[in-house]
Design a protein around this ligand. Structure first.
Ligand SMILES: *Cc1c(COP(=O)(O)O)cnc(C)c1O
Length: 458
């Protein structure tokens, strides 16, 4: 049997081989259906195997199916890279095997969560007393923020949703922009509201909720029971943020809960030149943000923040009996999970390594790359840039043609130099380019532009 030092050294070799080779290999390659399953599969292994051989076999079997999302050349969806300090901290997180569910289980993870809570509030311009939960992503951060809102607005209406559930409860109306993220709908499904409880609010040409329309709907709903408004910072297509100050003023006036889905867009607040985009975010009651997107922390990591710690805790706490424990922070009071990974160490390391100026620089650089990419592409007669490039997202269309746009994306994907996906924007197909990786350089953007133009002309 390989001893532990040799096993870890061997694992480091695999890690370095992957990282060092990442710039030369195709970003993704087509793998015949079943090939990966065959390489990993077979009957249930009967006998124990040496751990070093297991690691060799795993690294070999998955290799053709790995998508290189963290080497600067990946622009699909909104996928962050990984800053080195965060990667190293993530390795240690597995070595330490801490469980932040209860402070007694890991005073270390508990302390890191408390410190990062404060740092995040400050960097994102949110109230310093907001509570925080470290979730698997923005999906569960949205669930948690909206669950806190559900508790809060129903309690104000005299209903104890944690004890009595939703059967017979006063109806809660949810207002959300027409261009909200799909995870908001799923969060509302999980929470028993159902997607039909959503009153969609019309948006402008960049996907921003129209505050006049929200005002109209809030006035119409006045006196008709509890309500929650779900706004967005960072539309997944355009990068645009809803006008949060005006929306915050309206929700305060109408005594409704305001949740902000700011998965990547809330990070604009951390860069002075972009902070105007999320101006007013501090007026909200809860916020969802990702660590694994723009902060460049490895998967999985999201954060929910809440201006009403009592409501946050009441909605999430494992049981009333646990509440009586008193004492320090228990991670399970702030997320839907009980036991979980101490993902906060990677957040701490990213924030410690980058610092305030480094986080601002990360945002600024990605946005500058996105702008340059849009300018270069817009110079070609085949390409139309569809959005105002205010953040890190660029939407383009080729020859004003759905099929051609899709074909160009597919050709670029097949070439393997870079990767970008397609989306639907205002009824048509668009190529979406997201610059969210600290490792992306000028040259990567040039490569991306060349790849798109090659495919568009070909
Ligand atoms: C990515 C994203 C989500 C979902 O985040 P996960 O981390 O994948 O759970 C929610 N909202 C917006 C606006 C997003 O961009």
């Amino acid at each position: 049997m390989t001893d532990l030092p040799d096993l870890l050294a061997r694992t480091t070799e695999h890690a370095l081989a992957y990282l060092e080779g990442a710039s030369d290999r195709p970003v993704s390659r087509p793998v015949p259906a079943g090939e990966l399953v065959a390489a990993l599969g077979g009957p249930v292994p009967d006998q124990p195997r040496d751990p070093a051989e297991v690691v060799d076999e795993l690294a070999g079997a998955v290799d053709p199916g790995l998508v290189v999302t963290n080497a600067g050349r990946y622009f699909g969806f909104v996928e962050g890279g990984v800053v080195p300090a965060s990667l190293a901290a993530d390795w240690l997180t597995s070595i330490w095997d801490q469980n932040p569910a209860f402070s007694a289980l890991s005073p270390a993870a508990t302390a890191a969560e408390e410190v990062c809570r404060g740092w995040l509030c400050e960097l994102l311009g949110l109230p310093g007393t907001a509570s925080a939960g470290f979730t698997s992503g923005a999906q569960l951060a949205n669930v948690t923020g909206l669950a806190a809102g559900r508790h809060h607005v129903l309690r104000a209406a005299g209903w104890d949703v944690e004890a009595d559930g939703l059967f017979g409860a006063p109806a809660v109306t949810v207002f959300a922009g027409e261009e909200r993220h799909a995870t908001v709908d799923r969060a509302l499904r999980f929470l028993g509201f159902g997607t039909r409880s959503i009153t969609p609010i019309p948006v402008d040409g960049q996907g921003r909720m129209r505050p006049d329309a929200l005002e109209h709907e809030l006035e119409r709903a006045h006196g008709r029971g509890p309500a929650i408004v779900c706004a967005q910072a960072g539309n997944v297509n355009t990068g645009a943020a809803d006008p949060l100050r005006r929306i915050g003023e309206l929700t305060r006036e109408h005594d409704t809960w305001l949740h902000v889905d700011g998965a990547f867009g809330l990070w604009a607040a951390a860069a002075p030149e972009f902070a105007h985009l999320t101006d007013g975010a501090e007026l909200a009651d809860s916020w969802a943000v990702d660590g694994h997107k723009w902060l460049n922390v490895p998967y999985d990591c999201g954060i929910v923040l809440c201006a009403h710690p009592d409501s946050h805790r009441a909605a999430m706490s494992l049981s009333a009996a646990y509440l009586a424990r008193g004492g320090g922070r228990d991670g399970s009071d702030w997320t839907p999970e009980s036991s979980r990974r101490a993902r906060v160490f990677a957040v701490w390391a990213a924030l410690r390594a980058l610092g305030r100026t480094g986080v601002a620089e990360l945002v600024r650089t990605c946005c500058a790359h996105a702008r340059r990419c849009a300018e270069l592409l817009a110079g070609d007669e085949n390409v139309t840039v569809l959005n105002d490039v205010v953040l890190n997202q660029v939407l383009v269309r080729i020859g004003d043609d759905d099929a051609r746009t899709r074909a160009v994306a597919e050709a670029v994907q097949a070439e393997g130099v870079t990767w970008l996906g397609t989306t639907t924007w205002r009824g048509g197909t668009a190529i979406r380019i997201s610059v969210s990786d600290h490792a992306t350089t000028h040259e990567h953007i040039d490569e991306l532009v060349r790849a798109v133009l090659r495919a568009a002309r070909g």
